[in-house]
Design a protein around this ligand. Structure first.
Ligand SMILES: CC/C=C\CC(=O)SCCNC(=O)CCNC(=O)[C@H](O)C(C)(C)COP(=O)(O)OP(=O)(O)OC[C@H]1O[C@@H](n2cnc3c(N)ncnc32)[C@H](O)[C@@H]1OP(=O)(O)O
Length: 731
């Protein structure tokens, strides 16, 4: 709805649709009604449009997309047109956020004023669509083509100050000011002034002459940054029309572009991702607790044990979240280096204006290096971040148990190991949990929180709350080897090496993944993170080639297929980018170059094992990389390790850079169709057999296909659980 009042001859129309004033159908209807009323009321001389509550409208109602209600008139464009055509001055009064359709209606107004701390932007591209209410045609006319391409193709939010410097915002209202009162005064002053040039559809794009060079520049950038995504490309093409065609023709091109994008599977995947991101914070442990009833503990001080790459990043996250952060590192050299890194990073954030001087000095003061466990006696929560060894982690947990106050939560940043086993060496298993950060911890958006068997509701609520304070996409999962992410990802990595054994080379596999939309292929990522990391984890598990007793078949560990190619690579000193050689070689830059030495290593291996290399098609490569991971995803859901398919998808989007426009592995499987996915898995299982158990079709996937075909992803859990809970179910 909207509210209408007339104050001092100014009509004030306030959108009232909490929490975000989205432009739902009923809002659009009432907005147009009040606009007409203001237009026809002779006592009204000007019109102010604003938002009630938290914000100016943040855009179209995303819940309405792909539903018939979104097509019901009036459209947002009808409102934009009415505002622009109005004979009385129209003023957008922005506080909070004016995003998407919200900014588009502001662009329809003759003037825009905004609170200094408000944000403006056209983020539709992140939903796989474009600004469809004239935004692609009006924004370039006011801020120029170059800026508009940047704003629309990347979908960023920008401060009111930036907007003002580009001519988008006519006045910035300082902190503490009343936006409504300022808007009314502004509106009174605008009465009688010519509106011709204030109607953005009347003016031309200032840098239209540069259209071809700007187009080339932005196309190159988006193709690199959002590989495989359709929306940024279509956005640029449509914005281009603003420079070459009339306003009306440009609008038609926008309409066509929107039509194409809305019909694409990518927009559905991205809209799914928008809601999934919000859904994961509504965690639940069925029958035990959930986000609504568990109360988090107050965490003022955090301890971080270990100042290696992970510990440093985690400490930065804690400091950014305003925690007093004790960092424990016994090795003096490592401590000096770690603390230097953290302080250096704080300084970089200050220089980049991500934090101000006061925040920087607060963070520096809150960082407290300690060199013995007693130094952690006052913390509310500890995050252990040392090398991935159960023996070492247990020793640390025993020490923490002794020094930390009884109320303190003990968390491990393990990426694979059993949380319950660590909890078992303490007297407070209810206070033990996993907090799995992804490297680099201060950059990656994901936090995979692991509840142990005995973790209390308070402990779970606290680690989830801490993730939120760190502004991470925080997903709660159950305890098992590798949890959700690494358990599933292990098969992706394993299959990639099997593909090399059978006929592919690293670049061939990586190219398929790049075409799918990954920013980097599996072997490029391996080189970036260092091939030594995986080797040390395999060595800890007794798996590496060198640890096997004489006579062990090179391609087996127990009864499972194993590829030793990754071990050979490490043993040749090819540790990845840092050594300038890994799966690729690097000559003076970070560009991966296929290396004949790696090719020879693979060829020699095949010869030794009488493997006749065959051509592996891109389709087979993609299926073999992704489908085992999907199959394991269904096992993870079946076991309750992940509560929902979107939990898995968010883990992969934010922890493994899975391309957002495919939604994530589980949503992708839904897009392909579960029957098709199962068919490929079953065929592969017949070929591979028991030594490759990751191809054994998951019970849950098989059941869903047999009984429901390709059910809606939102129904997977409900359908399966209902059946599983029946007494005669053998699931
Ligand atoms: C013809 C087509 C014309 C135009 C197309 C568009 O306008 S598309 C929409 C463009 N706008 C956006 O993409 C903005 C989406 N919203 C956000 O980015 C954030 O919500 C925002 C505004 C930055 C605020 O973030 P915050 O973290 O403060 O809140 P949160 O995201 O958790 O949102 C709170 C609840 O509001 C729901 N919500 C937000 N925006 C919309 C929306 N546009 N439509 C519908 N619902 C929206 C969000 O899902 C949350 O719901 P909840 O049930 O509480 O989880």
């Amino acid at each position: 709805m909207a509210k209408y009042s007339v104050e001092n001859e100014v009509a004030v129309i306030a959108v009232d649709n909490p929490p975000m004033n989205a432009l739902s159908h009923h809002v659009r209807k009432s907005l147009l009604k009040y606009l007409k009323e203001a237009e026809s009321d002779e006592k009204v001389t000007s019109i102010v449009l604003c938002g009630d509550g938290r914000t100016f409208p943040v855009g179209a109602d995303i819940k309405e997309f792909h539903k018939s209600v979104s097509k019901l008139g009036p459209t947002i464009l009808d409102i934009v047109d009415a505002l622009e055509k109005s004979k009385k001055p129209t003023i957008a009064a922005i506080h909070g956020n004016a995003l998407g359709g919200g900014l588009e209606i502001a662009l329809g107004c003759h003037y825009r004023i905004a609170m200094t701390n408000s944000k403006v932007g056209l983020p539709e591209v992140k939903l796989g669509i474009l600004p469809g209410a004239g935004g692609t045609q009006r924004l370039p006319r006011v801020i120029g083509l170059d800026n508009a391409m940047q704003w629309i193709a990347y979908g960023g939010h920008h401060s009111a100050g930036i907007g003002a410097s580009l001519g988008l915002i006519d006045r910035v209202v300082p902190q503490g000011g009343n936006i409504r009162e300022h808007a009314i005064l502004f509106a009174k002053a605008a009465v009688g002034k010519s509106l011709g040039q204030r109607r953005l559809s009347n003016i031309s794009v200032p840098d239209a002459a540069k259209v071809e060079s700007l187009m080339a520049k932005h196309l190159k950038e988006v193709s690199k940054k959002s590989r495989g995504a359709l929306a940024p490309i279509v956005c640029l093409q449509v914005i281009k029309s603003s420079a070459l065609l009339s306003y009306q023709e440009g609008l038609e091109s926008e309409r066509q572009g929107m039509f194409t994008l809305l019909a694409s599977s990518q927009s559905r995947a991205q809209i799914y991702s928008f809601f999934a991101e919000r859904q994961v914070s509504k965690w639940s442990v069925p029958g035990v607790t959930n986000y609504q009833n568990a109360v988090p503990m107050k965490v003022k001080a955090v301890g971080v044990v270990g100042l290696g790459t992970m510990g440093r990043g985690i400490a930065i996250c804690c400091l950014r979240a305003g925690k007093i952060t004790y960092v424990l590192e016994m090795n003096t050299k490592a401590q000096t280096a770690g603390v230097k890194y953290i302080r250096g990073y704080i300084e970089t954030m200050r220089k980049r204006k991500q934090i101000n001087d006061q925040q920087s000095s607060m963070m520096n003061n809150a960082l407290i290096p300690v060199d013995n466990y007693n130094g952690l006696k006052n913390v509310d929560l500890v995050i252990e971040a040392v090398f991935e060894s159960m023996k070492i982690k247990k020793e640390i947990f025993k020490k923490l148990e002794k020094v930390c106050k009884p109320s303190a939560i003990l968390a491990s940043n393990t990426s694979t190991l059993n949380i319950d086993e660590m909890a078992s060496v303490t007297k407070r298993p209810q206070k033990v949990a996993g907090m799995h950060f992804f490297a680099p911890a201060h950059i990656m958006m994901l936090l995979e929180n692991i509840r142990g068997e005995k973790s209390s509701p308070e402990t779970i609520a606290t680690i989830m709350d801490l993730g939120k304070q760190m502004r991470k996409t925080t997903v709660l999962v159950g305890n098992c080897h590798g949890f959700v992410g690494n358990r599933m990802f292990a098969y992706y990595t394993a299959e990639s090496s099997f593909l090399l054994e059978e006929g592919a080379y690293p670049k061939q596999v990586d190219d398929v993944l790049l075409d799918y939309g990954f920013a980097m292929g599996r072997f490029q990522v391996g080189d970036l993170s260092g091939t030594d990391i995986g080797y040390k984890i395999r060595r800890e598990r007794g798996l590496t080639h060198k640890q096997q007793p004489a006579g062990t078949p090179e391609r087996k560990r127990g009864d499972r297929r194993y590829s030793p190619l990754d071990d050979f690579l490490y043993e040749k000193g090819r540790y990845g980018l840092k050594a300038r050689k890994g799966w690729y070689k690097y000559e003076g830059s970070r560009t991966p170059i296929p290396d004949p030495e790696v090719r020879k290593m693979i060829d020699d291996f095949r010869k030794r094992h009488n493997i006749n290399p065959r051509h592996i098609s891109p389709e087979e490569t993609l299926q073999r990389m992704i489908f085992p991971l999907v199959n394991e995803g269904f096992n993870v859901l079946d076991e309750g390790i992940a509560a929902n398919p979107w939990d898995i998808d968010m883990i992969f989007q934010h922890g493994y850079a899975w391309p957002r426009h495919t939604g994530g592995p589980m949503y992708y499987a839904y897009t392909i169709g579960l029957p098709q996915v199962l068919k490929v898995i079953e065929e592969r299982w017949k070929l591979a057999g028991a030594s490759e158990p990751h191809w054994k079709p998951s019970k849950m996937l098989t059941w869903l296909v047999e009984h429901h075909g390709n059910p809606d992803i939102n129904d997977w859990i409900k359908l399966y659980k209902e059946r599983k809970s029946q007494p005669n179910s053998n699931l």
